[in-house]
Design a protein around this ligand. Sequence first.
Ligand SMILES: [Fe+2]
Length: 68
Amino acid sequence: MSLTELADHIERIHHTYLHTELPCLEKMVTKVAAAHGEKEPRLMRIKDIFLALSAELATHLMKEEQIL
Ligand SMILES: [Fe+2]
């Protein structure tokens, strides 16, 4: 597989997966934290960490898709 084919494969399979799943997971982690975060503060921390990870991944994917 050439580098171009590999880059296309990564974008088509792995980036598409993340573009689909990250927004769903953000909604779920936010919903769980809102519903149960008062009784279990670690859920708020998990939400914050996940949202930071998701934002970082979004930037990473965008850079790869636009620069590489
Ligand atoms: Fe990457």
